[in-house]
Design a protein around this ligand. Structure first.
Ligand code: ATR
Length: 275
């Protein structure tokens, strides 16, 4: 039985929780010849690194994380979604096909939480890579989108380059925009800066709104607390992480991913980190 290797490239990758999720999934399905590894690769040797994994390492496929999601693109065959988002997070080496499973991971987790998107008003905080994937997915679902960002020009150029219908608003306008859903696509509030929130306390927080925070360390962020103390609902980003991984798992193995097993493994890994 030849070993079936997959893994995640990044620089650094030591904090990745993907090995815990995927290796638990392999165990649960009895795929004992499969293993998921951490693969640190510095950006300046990405081309050679990919070739070595594919030709010498015998890897079936890989995930790609920061700062390599754009850098791998010239050396693989990105699908339309990855091209539009401008970032690849999953590669299948057999045909060098590459995609972005952050988009279905995000949209799939919203749907798993029974959040309706078509025609709904969705406010995004941030205009970086994560926001780009979110706007792409939300626009495809027919949501009505507004973006607020520290640097408004970046929000405008994100919208123009994706060619979607969305508006750029200030925080004051965002406060009154009547969003049904607010999504944090910034890294503000992430461990170790867990006292910080992308929503400044001086701006009134909308009442009764659902917040989805892409941050998953800590599992309850300051922003999520703000939503809940204003009568709203709060969802952390761990489900998106699970579902982007599950989509990659299915592309590599051809088996339906055991999503609940992966979610439980992620929870266990997050708890171990805290201990
Ligand atoms: P990612 O790929 O995770 O989205 P990114 O492309 O660096 O990372 O984008 C980070 C986002 O978080 C940006 O929207 C950034 O705002 P700017 O466009 O103004 O830089 C936002 N961000 C990061 N740190 C922030 C902070 N301290 N306050 C407000 N916004 C911040």
């Amino acid at each position: 039985m030849t070993e079936k290797r997959v893994g995640v490239i990044g620089w650094p990758v030591s904090h990745s929780l993907s090995p815990a999720m995927h290796n638990a999934a392999f165990r649960a399905l009895g795929l004992s010849d499969w293993s998921y590894e951490l693969l640190p690769i510095p950006p300046d040797i990405i081309r050679q690194g990919l070739r070595e994994l594919r030709e010498e390492g015998g890897f079936i496929g890989i995930n790609v994380t920061v700062p390599l999601k754009q850098a791998v693109m010239p050396y693989v065959r990105p699908d339309e979604r990855a091209k539009a988002v401008g970032a690849v997070n999953t590669i299948v080496f057999r045909d060098l096909s590459a995609t972005n499973t952050d988009v279905p991971g995000f949209i799939g987790d919203l749907k798993a939480h029974d959040i309706r998107l078509a025609g709904q008003r969705v406010l995004l905080l941030g205009a970086g890579g994560a926001a780009r994937a979110a706007v792409y997915g939300l626009a495809a679902e027919g949501a009505q989108i507004a973006i607020v960002n520290r640097t408004p020009e970046k929000a405008q150029s994100l919208i123009s380059s994706l060619g979607v219908n969305a508006e750029v608003v200030t925080f004051e306008q965002a406060s009154e925009w009547d969003a049904a859903l607010i999504v944090n696509c910034t890294s503000v509030g992430m461990h170790p800066n867990s006292d910080a929130s992308p929503w400044d306390e001086s701006i009134p927080f909308p009442k009764g709104v659902t917040v989805y925070d892409m941050v998953y360390r800590p599992q309850v962020t300051r922003l999520m607390q703000q939503a809940e103390s204003n009568g709203g609902r709060a969802i952390g980003g761990s489900g998106m992480l699970v579902r982007q991984g599950a989509a990659a798992f299915e592309l590599w193995t051809g088996h339906p991913a055991p999503v609940e097993v992966m979610a439980a493994a992620l929870q266990e890994a997050l708890h171990k980190e805290k201990a």
